[in-house]
Design a binder for this molecule. Sequence first.
Ligand SMILES: NC(=O)c1ccc[n+]([C@@H]2O[C@H](COP(=O)([O-])OP(=O)(O)OC[C@H]3O[C@@H](n4cnc5c(N)ncnc54)[C@H](OP(=O)(O)O)[C@@H]3O)[C@@H](O)[C@H]2O)c1
Length: 213
Amino acid sequence: MTTIGIIGAGHIGSQIARKAVQLGYDVIISNSRGPETLGGLVAELGSGARAATAPEAAAGADFAVVTIPFKNYLQLSAAPLAGKVVIDTNNYYWERDGHVAALDNGEATTSGLLQEHLKDSKVAKGFNHIGAPDITTTGTPSGTENRRALATASDFADAAALVTALYDEFGFDTVNIGPLSESWRVERDRPAYVVRQNAAELAANLAKAPRLI
Ligand SMILES: NC(=O)c1ccc[n+]([C@@H]2O[C@H](COP(=O)([O-])OP(=O)(O)OC[C@H]3O[C@@H](n4cnc5c(N)ncnc54)[C@H](OP(=O)(O)O)[C@@H]3O)[C@@H](O)[C@H]2O)c1
């Protein structure tokens, strides 16, 4: 049995939890306020899920999903995530997160900054350019014509492979952008951001993305 530790229980975290439990994963889900605030969600998810603190979810995970407002990423405990794949759904909204000069200037990427913080983890971008409701409703079996595709990027081939396998289980094809230094191609407001696209369309949208918005 594989355990997914989900850090963040909002729109995206809860949707990933729902689909993961449906697929037979064990889920440990967490938020910033504490497990006692997640009773309703855990009751809905059933016996495949439990709530914990964020460090406990990280410690109990075979792999983790970080899905919190970008501005809070430095709050994450790195130690319990060391050696693990960490799927990063986070997007930078300066209106919410405050300005980060290196992102505004195109000198960094959101997932690259998370990788710097979680230096002993293997960060892979995932689920950042799909609206939360679509995670459980727009997946289709492998081989379906015009299947929806999602992008990943990582500095670690095994982390990108894990996301690719998970996407497939969730019902999506994958386009691998390459290293995190290229992951800006699927960041906010680029052509591939939160639109329904198949693999060929996603690849084309990634290729034409401007570095600065
Ligand atoms: N919404 C979408 O459709 C969508 C799509 C793609 C990507 N994203 C990105 O994915 C991330 C999550 O989005 P969302 O819409 O799911 O956000 P959300 O609904 O606001 O939920 C955020 C969750 O993160 C938790 N959290 C905040 N700081 C934390 C910390 N330090 N440790 C543990 N948990 C923490 C919050 O817990 P509390 O409630 O207890 O504070 C909450 O459960 C964001 O970066 C967003 O830009 C969102």
